[in-house]
Design a protein. Structure first.
Ligand SMILES: CC(C)(COP(=O)(O)OP(=O)(O)OC[C@H]1O[C@@H](n2cnc3c(N)ncnc32)[C@H](O)[C@@H]1OP(=O)(O)O)[C@@H](O)C(=O)NCCC(=O)NCCS
Length: 186
């Protein structure tokens, strides 16, 4: 059990003890603010996260939001709904005026799994950045996978799984998400 725990450190931080310590300081201290109710909670989270995220320029940080690898996450003047989950291992960039619905999950990494002789657990992670440009509306409970760019003005339907780039001003929905319309057209 301990072996797996130590292997996890090695895989995710290249064994860098400073990064490991910072990660656990962040996770422990953020736990104090994570579930504080809105609106005081939003403000305290915004102040706290300024110290740990690459960039965060919003006060709209609802309760229960999870951040992993906060140092690789950049968020503009945007809205984050309750229980949003972000894993910034491969980098997440969110622009301005983006609305992210409750329970949405964003993953910027994947597990390697090509080697049949080792458990997937021990094959390490691969970085897959996610970019969300300005003025995007992401419905509730959307899953956004790595190596995806969501272009400006796009709308993502509730419950969708976004596995490829989303064109500007398009409306996408479904699993996997496909274009179902364009904004401004009937
Ligand atoms: C995606 C969305 C914006 C589409 O709105 P719309 O352009 O008015 O589209 P329509 O309702 O006319 O639906 C068009 C088609 O897409 C389908 N569709 C709509 N939303 C869908 C979704 N989330 N997942 C899968 N299919 C969806 C409809 O069933 C319809 O299919 P059909 O042509 O086979 O009948 C809307 O349905 C949605 O999911 N909004 C997000 C709501 C939400 O999460 N709110 C909380 C915010 S915090």
């Amino acid at each position: 059990m301990l072996d797996d725990y130590l292997q996890d450190f090695k895989n995710t931080f290249d064994g860098n003890p400073l990064k490991i310590i910072l990660r656990y300081i962040f996770l422990t201290l953020y736990g104090i603010f994570k579930y504080l109710p809105t609106p005081i909670g939003d403000i305290l989270r915004a102040i706290f996260l300024k110290f740990f995220l690459k960039k965060i320029d919003t006060l709209w940080i609802r309760e229960g939001i999870t951040f992993h690898f906060p140092e690789n996450i950049s968020i503009g003047d945007s809205y984050l709904g309750e229980f949003v989950y972000m894993n910034g291992y491969g980098g997440i960039e969110i622009g301005n005026k983006v609305l992210i619905g409750t329970d949405t999950k964003i993953f910027s990494h994947d597990h390697n799994f090509s080697d049949l002789t080792k458990p997937i657990w021990h094959q390490g992670l691969v970085k897959k950045p996610v970019i969300i440009k300005d003025d995007v509306f992401i419905g509730c409970a959307v899953t956004i996978l790595g190596n995806v760019t969501i272009n400006s003005g796009a709308v993502i339907g509730a419950g969708s799984v976004v596995a490829e780039d989303v064109p500007e001003n398009s409306i996408v929905a479904g699993v996997p998400a496909k274009v179902i319309g364009m904004r401004g057209k009937n």
